[in-house]
Design a protein around this ligand. Structure first.
Ligand SMILES: Cc1cc2nc3c(=O)[nH]c(=O)nc-3n(C[C@H](O)[C@H](O)[C@H](O)COP(=O)(O)OP(=O)(O)OC[C@H]3O[C@@H](n4cnc5c(N)ncnc54)[C@H](O)[C@@H]3O)c2cc1C
Length: 476
């Protein structure tokens, strides 16, 4: 019987456990133990129900086009619970000089694919609009080395595009800055488009035409979630695992190499395993591996994380009627605000708030404003309310407010991240049975984390020489 430890019970660790459980049920001779330091499982996936509203403390959904999360939902019996975003109402605003400007129709991330809405948009100056026209003639370019997203976007569309779109969009996803993030790790498709087409505009149009020719199916919603929130996924996965294999309140303090396998220590207990899946932030993995490989620990420590706070505010129906239509707004750094973004949750998904309620979810923190993490809830709420007043004129008292802090939860893929991953891969070869999973490596979104956990489980199985189980056996 081979024994596998999983450290970390967020969605990455749970996905790894679920993959191992399937192998176990299909006859593989293995057992696993999942160590989670906190009393609850799910990591940053937390849903609460407040005053009839469904409040997401961490992620509220995932990108539909990355199928790994929806596939997992179906596998754990939640296929009929999946819901799509209300894309007919999808409008997002950017704060420009104190006013909300709509992101024009046809803008794909920062690439314009429709001329008229972009030309008429107050979001960009004439100068940037001229840059967009010139971009059409950008020559193909195979970059020798990685660069920041800011440098890449600036080369194509100028600095205003970095400030007004690239930076706020990336703050929303990574809590990070375009001037720090790696274009190859964060926008690999765009780097490829530049190499093959030169112009991102031409490349995007060509790709869209190809998709339109290949598929007659109606477009899918951009985001997918679950009727009862992201916690539903956590609960459903946990219900499929072996109960005795889950150790909550168990912070792993040490892992040590043994002649064969690994000794994992949590609290006063130590236990022997043949393989270890580390599904924690890379910073924690670095600490745990320090005694085993200084080099690997130092590479892992090089992956930076930022912190963020989500503030959920519930209001009555009069506020709902007065809010602008659409999904919410993003705030560029140049606007001098502390808020990064706000989502009008009641518009984004069905089943989130009763008709007579408005639910706003505001983001604050990120690389721009780490110190706000130290402020008490009352101060965080005060800042958010003050800025909501300035941005959308909202002065009403909320019916409820919920503040959730996520310290060091969002990985930042800096310039050279992919090369770092290669070095990590090389160093892991010297540690048979150790696999890494989580948002620090090849994607920060929930679907990427599901994939990373599943892949780590499969790598551990391979490393232990366990017989491969057929896909059919795994699903039956
Ligand atoms: C506020 C916020 C909003 C987000 N929004 C979205 C979104 O809308 N869509 C999307 O796709 N993604 C979103 N993300 C990103 C995504 O949710 C995360 O990247 C992903 O959930 C991370 O999962 P994980 O399991 O890798 O890490 P985590 O959820 O951080 O889990 C790691 C777990 O390891 C445990 N742990 C740490 N150290 C130890 C130890 N020594 N021993 C045992 N256990 C330990 C922790 O307690 C934790 O439970 C968001 C993230 C945040 C923070």
């Amino acid at each position: 019987m081979k024994r596998i430890a999983i450290i970390g019970g967020g969605i990455s660790g749970l996905s790894a456990a679920f993959a191992l459980e399937k192998h176990r049920l299909a006859g593989a001779s293995l057992e696993y133990v999942l160590f989670e330091s906190s009393p609850r499982l799910g990591g940053v996936l937390v849903t609460e129900h407040v005053d009839g509203c469904l409040v997401e403390a961490g992620p509220d959904s995932f990108l539909t086009e990355k199928a790994w999360a929806s596939d997992l939902c179906r596998e754990v019996g939640l296929g009929d619970q999946l819901i799509g975003s209300n894309d007919a109402d999808r409008k997002t605003y950017i704060l420009v000089k104190g006013r909300l400007a709509l992101i024009p129709d046809g803008l794909m991330f920062m690439v314009p694919t429709k001329i008229a809405p972009t030309l008429l948009s107050p979001l960009f100056s004439i100068r940037t609009k001229l840059r967009m026209a010139r971009e059409w003639f950008h020559p193909p370019r195979k970059a020798e080395a990685d660069e920041t997203v800011a440098a890449f976007v600036e080369r194509h569309y100028g600095s205003e595009m970095v400030d007004r779109l690239a930076d706020p969009l990336l703050s929303g996803v990574y809590g990070g800055e375009a001037a720090q993030l790696s274009v190859r790790a964060v926008l690999p498709r765009f780097a490829e488009m530049e190499a093959t087409h030169g112009s991102l505009g031409r490349a995007m149009l060509a790709a869209r035409k190809k998709i339109a020719r290949a598929s007659k199916a109606p477009p899918r919603p951009l985001f997918t979630s679950l009727i009862n929130g992201m916690q539903q996924l956590v609960d459903a996965v946990v219900s499929r695992l072996t109960v005795s294999a889950i150790l909550a309140n168990s912070r792993v303090q040490r892992i040590q190499r043994r002649e064969r396998g690994w000794m994992v220590s949590a609290g006063y207990a130590s236990d022997h395993f043949d393989a270890v899946i580390m599904a924690t932030p890379a910073t924690v993995a670095s600490e745990l591996l320090r005694l085993t490989s200084v080099e690997l620990a130092s590479e892992l420590a090089g992956i930076q994380y930022t912190s963020s706070i989500t503030v959920n505010l519930g209001y009555d129906g009069s506020v709902r009627a007065a809010l602008p239509p659409g999904f919410g707004f993003l705030v560029p750094r140049s606007e001098g605000k502390r808020m990064l973004a706000a989502t009008f949750v009641h518009n984004k998904f069905p089943h989130r708030a009763p008709e007579d309620r408005a639910l706003l979810r505001c983001f604050i923190g990120g690389a721009r404003n780490e110190q706000i993490l130290q402020a008490p809830d009352t101060e965080v709420i005060r800042v958010v309310r003050e800025e909501l007043h300035q941005i959308i004129g909202l002065t009403a008292d909320p019916l409820f407010a919920r503040v959730y802090r996520w310290e060091g939860a969002m990985a930042q893929y800096g310039v050279g991240h992919l090369e770092r991953l290669q070095r990590i891969q090389g160093l892991l070869q010297q540690l048979p049975g150790v696999a890494l999973a989580g948002n620090g490596y090849r994607g920060i979104g929930v679907p990427d984390c599901v994939r990373s956990g599943t892949d780590a489980a499969n790598r551990a199985i391979l490393a232990l020489g366990l017989p491969e189980v057929t896909a059919q056996a795994l699903t039956s």
